[in-house]
Ligand binder design. Structure first.
Ligand SMILES: Cc1cc2nc3c(=O)[nH]c(=O)nc-3n(C[C@H](O)[C@H](O)[C@H](O)COP(=O)(O)OP(=O)(O)OC[C@H]3O[C@@H](n4cnc5c(N)ncnc54)[C@H](O)[C@@H]3O)c2cc1C
Length: 331
């Protein structure tokens, strides 16, 4: 195991992750490789009265620590048990590794829309897969956790016999956002389809995926700028890595989402003093009856909590909680 102190060569690289708007400021970094290293790191924090934080990729950084940083990126072994249909991933493993090792066996994990996200952080937050409504949360598939205190050193979880999926995306000019949001909201969505609607500046994007065929004609309410929809290997639908950048984001879980409240949220986001990308994820089906929708907001800079709260105000009566995932650089 390597240990880094401020000023050491490698200290900055080790504490840096996908989030470039915020970085941990640790007194010491333990770049762990084994469960014993994690124990040593936690022990060091406890004996010095310091807080500790864990970082694998930095995608889900919320608040920066000034104590001990446990960097797990080297602890990233992935093993597939084809007979049992399971995978075991070390604390620092990312989905791309599992996707690559599982695919030759016709197996897939319930990973999300970015393959460089960490398996453990994602799963601890529930894990909303691109096939979430069809198969439920990634956390539903966990068979075993290996832990040292509150640090998970490895996870064992079920893989699914998924090979090809029907998946794609459609883009519209943002001036048709009202019509697209209307259509998305009134879509008589089969339980096996997982869609997402996102505003991205000048465009509105709808993505969708399922292991079974379905059609998206209901969404053709405006000229389609660009469309791609086909049967493809699951790994292709499971997202491409993005370059590191600065972003702040938060979300709300809703027990209902009336169309007028959704349109109001969209309008507030579109007219905000901050650039806000608004995403809508319908829940339900295999995800259960706890919440009907998730609205997530992402901005390409920090310090926009107030503007995000203004958008959430439009759906406030329906809020039942927050997802631990989709919270970025926010307490
Ligand atoms: C571009 C992008 C796409 C995303 N897509 C999806 C998606 O499709 N579906 C979805 O559900 N989520 C998605 N997320 C959210 C993501 O799952 C969370 O941000 C998750 O926390 C990232 O985990 P990480 O290990 O990669 O990040 P890190 O920032 O390294 O870790 C995040 C947090 O997870 C906890 N953690 C990590 N490892 C451990 C451990 N070994 N033991 C204990 N706690 C630990 C810690 O609290 C840590 O602060 C996305 C995020 C981004 C930025």
């Amino acid at each position: 195991m390597q240990i880094f102190y401020p000023g050491d060569a490698g200290y900055d690289d080790e504490r840096s992750g996908f989030q470039t708007g915020l970085r941990h400021e640790p007194q010491v970094i333990f770049a762990v490789e084994t469960a014993q290293d994690v124990e040593d790191a936690v022990g060091h924090a406890e004996s010095h009265g310091l807080e500790h934080a864990v970082q694998a990729t930095g995608h889900g950084l919320t608040t920066a620590t000034t104590g001990v940083l446990i960097s797990t990126r080297r602890m990233n072994a992935v093993e597939i048990d084809t007979a049992a249909g399971t995978a075991r991933a070390g604390a620092g493993a990312v989905w791309q590794q599992v996707l690559e090792q599982a695919a030759p066996h016709g197996l897939a994990p319930l990973s999300g829309d970015a393959s460089d996200v960490g398996v453990v952080g994602y799963t601890l937050g529930g894990g909303f897969s691109v096939l979430a409504r069809e198969f439920g949360f990634a956390s539903d598939r966990v068979r075993k956790t290996e832990e040292v205190g509150d640090v998970v050193t490895a996870l064992e979880f079920e893989l699914l016999p998924i090979d090809q999926v029907h998946a794609g995306e459609m883009f519209f000019e943002v001036r048709y956002a009202r019509e697209v949001f209307d259509a998305f909201h009134t879509w008589d969505l089969p339980g096996h389809v997982t869609p997402a609607l996102t505003t991205l500046g000048d465009v509105v994007r709808v993505t969708f995926a399922s292991t079974k065929p379905f059609d998206v004609d209901h969404l053709r309410v405006a000229p389609v700028l660009k469309e791609e929809f086909s049967a493809k290997p699951f790994a292709e639908a499971a997202g491409k890595p993005l370059p590191p950048h600065a972003y702040q984001g938060d979300n709300v879980l809703l027990q209902d989402l009336p169309l007028d409240a959704l349109q109001r949220a969209r309008e507030i986001a579109a007219n905000s003093s901050a650039e806000i990308f608004l995403g809508v994820l319908p829940l339900g089906a295999a995800l259960g009856t706890g919440a009907t929708h998730l609205i997530k907001l992402i901005s390409p800079r920090l310090g926009v909590e107030e503007q995000h709260e203004e958008v959430f105000e439009a759906v406030r009566p329906f809020v039942v909680g927050r997802s631990r995932n989709f919270r970025y650089a926010v307490r």
